[in-house]
Design a protein around this ligand. Sequence first.
Ligand SMILES: [Zn+2]
Length: 296
Amino acid sequence: MKKIRLEGIVAILCVLVATALPAVVLRGQNGGFSYDKLYIYCHESGKSIRQGLEEYTAHVTAALCEGFKDVPKGAAQAISIAARTQILLNKGTSCGHDYCTSGAHSLPYKADCPENVAEAVKETSGLVLSLGGALAPAFVHYSSYLVTQSAFNYTGREISCLVSVSSPENIEPCEHFVSFEEAEVIFEIKLGIETPDLSGELIITPDSTGRAKSVRILENIIGGSEFAAAFKLESASFKCEKREEGYLFRVYGSGDGLGMSLCGAVTMAEDKAGYGDILLHYYPGTEIVPVYTLLK
Ligand SMILES: [Zn+2]
């Protein structure tokens, strides 16, 4: 009888420790940085807001889902897990706070969170992406043409979960016309090429994913991503046609192509994929785990 009661108490204690410990550990992390008290600088109001990890995850996920009408559940859940992982990886100082509401300084943020997104965040509460027992670099981008980019192509550094994988979205390219006058200014001011000679063709050398590795104009060679950024092209996956008055760019996909494609996640979820299928497709070799299992 005594033994049974003792076992009962031990069992209750175990449950209490398992549920309460993560919260205690989370609060004590990193010399005062507390996951239930994230300080966010709100650019719109000029005020400081305090949110817990889950609340902030909902606002970041809402911003990432903003471009889509009715994000299917599996995609919203996958995006929320990637967002939570990125939040924990990016804790730092933005405008004197842990984060801020400007996507240019910190993670993207949307003040109102649609119900389906809030639901997806709740359903995946506390889940993050792990690579070898640490938070995985869960980068996301808007869309990829055929395949995603690899960390190796992008930075020269191999990262096992950021390799090029297929991406199922069906996207139309967008076109941009840049006149020779505009191009001259961009070459000079943004790319530091003095008195550019535009008489030659732009020669694009693709990397293994079809994105521009480099762009050459006569003797000048420019990195593909640098070129895309200077010309405000949505991605480094582009073709260029020289016309009489300037260049016509046809751009495929949007973003750097690293990690999960948001359009691809939505397409996969529309085809009935769950968040696990989506995340493990875009971040091979990772695991989806409760965040407290990563805390030492
Ligand atoms: Zn800011």
